[in-house]
Design a protein. Structure first.
Length: 208
């Protein structure tokens, strides 16, 4: 059975991380970037967590895990240094909850892929837990191809798409225009982008 890839909108959603070490910290950073509301459960936490606490970015309950901690969480990360506790968390989680056990992919119902983020562009590489090291290796190779210039390029493509849909009524022409600007010629060519925007702005519904 193969995994079903999906991009989640976690803004304002509740996330629970059980464990306070470096792995838990990495998971917390990723969830914060996605806008999740994070609660940490751990008697002790990695020193870097204190910066997040001072900024009010996470909640910390300084205690051992209890089943009631799972209540209302959409995403649960079991990241303690004890396999038995991580397994218990997975068993207690409800069917409607997303659970990731950092040391046992077999009892997780989702995995966090290695990813590259360039503004609105996200490229994820997953191996369903078989080899996180290989996933990171492939991610690093892709990072050299899809560099930071894609951040600005995606802004252009987003604005251009809105412009095309507002100005061009012909479906086939819209598809052709959007295909053309997705070619590499446009990626680092600011003058071509400006020409395209001027051309579209000057054509109120005309074929271009």
């Amino acid at each position: 059975m193969e995994a079903y890839p999906v991009m989640l909108n976690l803004h304002g959603k509740k996330a629970l991380i059980v464990g306070g070490g470096k792995i838990a910290y990495r998971k917390a950073i990723g969830l914060l970037k996605a806008g999740a509301e994070i609660t940490m459960i751990s008697p002790d936490i990695y020193s870097e967590f204190h910066i997040l606490l001072e900024k009010g970015q996470i909640r910390w309950k300084q205690k051992e895990f209890e089943e009631s901690d799972l209540r209302d969480a959409l995403i649960v990360i079991a990241a303690t240094n004890k396999k038995s506790i991580n397994r218990e968390i997975a068993q207690l989680a409800s069917d409607h909850q997303l659970i990731n056990v950092v040391d046992d992919s077999r009892i997780s119902n989702f995995h966090v892929p290695a990813k590259i983020t360039r503004g609105k562009l996200t490229i994820a590489v997953g191996t369903e837990g078989a080899s996180p090291i290989l996933a990171k290796k492939i991610r690093d190779e892709l990072a050299g191809v899809y560099d930071e210039s894609y951040r600005d390029y995606l802004h252009f493509l987003e604005d251009a798409r809105k412009l095309v849909y507002s100005k061009e009524k012909n479906t086939l022409m819209r598809t052709q225009l959007l295909t053309d600007i997705a070619e590499r010629d446009y990626q680092n060519a600011g003058n071509q982008r400006k020409f395209f925007e001027r051309m579209m702005s000057n054509n109120e519904g005309k074929e271009v």
